[in-house]
Ligand binder design. Structure first.
Ligand SMILES: NC(=O)c1ccc[n+]([C@@H]2O[C@H](COP(=O)([O-])OP(=O)(O)OC[C@H]3O[C@@H](n4cnc5c(N)ncnc54)[C@H](OP(=O)(O)O)[C@@H]3O)[C@@H](O)[C@H]2O)c1
Length: 333
């Protein structure tokens, strides 16, 4: 089958369009005919080799973490899905590869696609939807009446996180640039800070939760706006010892990770704030709950651009500009 392939870890190296073997579904897998695939900054980071210490794929491998499509094959243990189901997924680490015509995915990672949206919109959701869910629902336990700051509200994670936080009943502040102010307000943001001429840490205070997806300076400033007992959750690093443990890293890497986050953990502790790094996980059950929210109209996907499959490298280059509003998707069928 045709696929976009990483032949070697290298910064900015274009993916090779070529042939790869047909995936063979295992007992617990569904075989999905891919109609659309979503792109993420994680794709570039994996290709660049930035995650080699944590997740190692042996080249040549197919890139891509988000998929929407139709079930065309099932393993003998599969009970949750049948042939012809429209599904979407963020396949688990170690089994990615959605920039292709087909993929075999563990049924535990898959959910029925929302009925009310198309394949391209569906493919934009899994990774960022699960990230927002795992940060705000699972980890922060965000509640009605609480205040949350979501950085980069116009990005892939931000556009879903704002809508989810509003649904949970929180007051939402977000950072974005002038051009995206209307977008984040439409998504429900109560307080919008233009990061180009305003300093969020001078404006906000007493926040229960901050979701950080930006740089170290933003992370440190975020501490200033959180009340004692609040939480600082970062998806852009630095990784923390819990993450190292969950990933089963060796002793040396665990020490490296401990040192990487020592500074922010110390600063957080001094202010009575809990710092944690989140690395999202594939989860079909949670994705199913996101499906329900989409079909109720609570969460609306924001898709900036749809590229044809053969322009996957252009789509990835667009993601790498860092200026995407919502998500970028490639369409196969
Ligand atoms: N750990 C995890 O599990 C996990 C999961 C998902 C994502 N991530 C990471 O989180 C980061 C964000 O991911 P994403 O998919 O949301 O990225 P994205 O969609 O590529 O982010 C682009 C958006 O970021 C905004 N932005 C850029 N600089 C900003 C700043 N200084 N302040 C406020 N907004 C800014 C841009 O808005 P303007 O054009 O207005 O600047 C743009 O809309 C990436 O590093 C990604 O790898 C981690």
């Amino acid at each position: 089958m045709k696929a976009f392939i990483v032949d070697r870890y290298r910064k900015k190296e274009p993916l090779r369009y070529g042939d790869m073997p047909e995936p063979v579904p295992g007992q617990d897998d569904v075989l999905v005919e891919i109609h659309a695939a979503g792109l993420n900054p994680l794709d570039s980071k994996i290709r660049d080799g930035a995650f080699k210490a944590f997740i190692r794929y042996r080249p040549p491998f197919i890139l891509g973490h988000d998929v929407a499509g139709i079930v065309v094959g099932i393993g003998s243990n599969v009970r949750r899905f049948k042939l012809g189901d429209e599904v979407y997924a963020r396949p688990r680490d170690g089994r990615i590869g959605t920039f292709a015509e087909r993929i075999a995915i563990d049924q535990a990672d898959v959910a029925l696609k929302p009925r009310t949206i198309g394949m391209e919109e569906a493919a934009s959701i899994p990774l960022v939807g699960l990230t927002a869910w795992q940060a705000l629902v699972e980890r922060a336990g965000l509640e009605k009446g609480q205040k949350v700051l979501i950085h980069a509200g116009s990005g892939g994670v931000g556009t879903v996180a704002i809508q989810l936080a509003k649904h949970l009943g929180a007051t939402v502040a977000t950072t974005t640039s002038t051009a995206n102010m209307d977008l984040v307000k439409r998504l429900g943001a109560d307080i919008v800070i233009d990061y180009r001429d305003q300093e969020f840490d001078k404006i906000l205070s007493g926040y229960d939760v901050v979701l950080n997806s930006l740089d170290g300076a933003t992370l440190r400033k975020s501490l200033e706006v959180i009340r004692p007992g609040g939480r600082l959750i970062s998806i852009s690093g630095p990784p923390d010892p819990d993450f190292a443990r969950e990933q089963g890293l060796n002793w040396l890497l665990r020490q490296v990770v401990r040192l990487l986050s020592l500074g922010i953990r110390r600063r957080a502790t001094a202010r009575g704030v809990r710092y944690s790094f989140l690395f999202m996980q594939a989860n079909g059950n949670q994705l199913g709950q996101i499906t329900a929210l989409i079909d109720k109209g609570v969460i609306r996907p924001v898709v900036d651009r749809i590229f044809p499959f053969d322009a996957t490298n252009d789509a990835l280059a667009f993601v790498e500009t860092g200026r995407v509003k919502g998500k970028v998707v490639v369409k196969l069928r």
